[in-house]
Design a binder for this molecule. Structure first.
Ligand code: SF4
Ligand code: SF4
Length: 87
């Protein structure tokens, strides 16, 4: 088991996960991109789930189905515009 999978399962045990519409258990947290993203791509590189894409070189977009709310991107963003929020 990878470290990322283990930490995700640990969050489930702590009841930080919830079931989505498709019946999958998801983290109840998600990364949210604020205004003024400079599309540097740092968040995209650090995301263990490949949940972030920088679209058209303009703005980072988070795939809600892939994000597990680990917060790595939040710590990495040089502009400080990523936040971890409840879904
Ligand atoms: S919170 Fe974690 S999984 Fe979600 S987009 Fe950021 S780095 Fe990826
Ligand atoms: S790290 Fe921050 S500024 Fe850079 S692409 Fe991601 S959200 Fe935008």
């Amino acid at each position: 088991m990878t470290g990322n999978k283990a930490s995700f399962l640990l969050r489930c045990v702590r009841k930080e996960c919830k079931e989505n519409k498709k019946g999958y258990f998801m983290s109840k947290y998600i990364a949210v991109v604020g205004k003024n993203c400079v599309a540097c791509g740092a968040c995209m590189k650090v995301c263990p789930r490949s949940a972030i894409e920088v679209k058209n070189g303009v703005k980072a977009v988070v795939d809600a189905d892939l994000c597990v709310g680990c917060g790595l991107c939040v710590k990495t963003c040089p502009a400080g515009i990523l936040e971890k929020k409840e879904r």
